[in-house]
Design a protein around this ligand. Structure first.
Ligand code: ZN
Ligand code: FE
Length: 255
């Protein structure tokens, strides 16, 4: 497999991720939180930045685009719908478009809700998903520009990918997500095991990501809105999954 990945923290809880194609040397930064940690990761790996793949327009994902572009001349690809909000974008992409990083190829999936134009990048050949702020381990992004139905639609698209898909996300939020998840799905043994693992990893200063889609489908309440046990805990038995999802999001906002 020619794909190599470097994952590191940027700012307080953002992840920086570099995707490197060892066949061609092409290297993409997924989003661009802060210049210094991304440059440090490039120096450590010896990779040269050629692309920036942007998931959405929030400052903590785009602030380092201008300095990185000035330094490396990297090609900036992002959601066409947010081209006015993202600095120095070279190419806008939409649902179904293909994005190449050297010999690696992603398809673009539109996952609105966190922002209206939010996209995620699925490298099917490498079984990799860069989910930005749509899906987190044991959680999902806040809904800033859309409805719960929008967000549920995007997450439902992600749920159709292969279970082995490794998922990289925009933030290390897993510990607080785990604590919330246990309140709505307390009898789920897979969730309890994952929550214990997450506590241990964070105590050791280790990352909880990447995660794997199959594990998320077994543990993440936002991917389990059709689960009868969660509906029962919420007092919403028989209600459609999109309503359960909306209630989960509301409760997480309040929690
Ligand atoms: Zn965001
Ligand atoms: Fe973010």
């Amino acid at each position: 497999m020619p794909a190599e990945i470097s994952q590191f923290l940027c700012a307080s809880d953002n992840f920086g991720v570099l995707l490197h194609d060892s066949a061609t040397g092409a290297t993409a930064s997924i989003d661009a939180c802060q210049e210094a940690p991304i440059v440090a990761a490039l120096e450590k790996t010896g990779w040269t930045l050629t692309h920036i793949l942007v998931t959405h327009h929030h400052a903590d994902h785009v602030d380092a685009i201008p300095p990185l572009k000035a330094r490396f001349g990297a090609r900036v690809i992002g959601p066409a719908a947010e081209s006015k909000l993202i600095p120095e974008m070279d190419e806008g992409v939409r649902e179904g478009d293909r994005v190449k990083v050297g010999s690696l190829e992603a398809s673009v999936i539109h996952t609105p809700g966190h922002t209206a134009g939010h996209i995620v990048y699925h490298f099917a050949g490498e079984r990799l998903l860069f989910a930005g702020d749509t899906l987190f381990s044991l959680g999902c992004g806040r809904i800033f520009e859309g409805t719960a139905a929008d967000m549920f639609g995007g997450i439902s698209k992600i749920a159709t990918l292969p279970d082995e898909t490794r998922i990289y996300c925009g933030h290390e939020y897993t510990l607080s997500n785990a604590r919330f998840a246990l309140t709505v799905d307390p009898d789920n043994p897979a969730l309890r095991a994952r929550a214990a693992e997450v506590e241990q990893l964070r105590q050791a200063g280790a990352f909880t990501l990447p995660t794997v889609l199959g594990q998320e489908k077994a543990t993440n309440p936002f991917l389990r809105a059709a689960d009868a046990g969660i509906a029962r805990t919420l007092g919403m038995e028989g209600r459609p999954p999109v309503e359960i999802f909306a209630e989960l999001r509301e409760r997480k906002n309040r929690g």
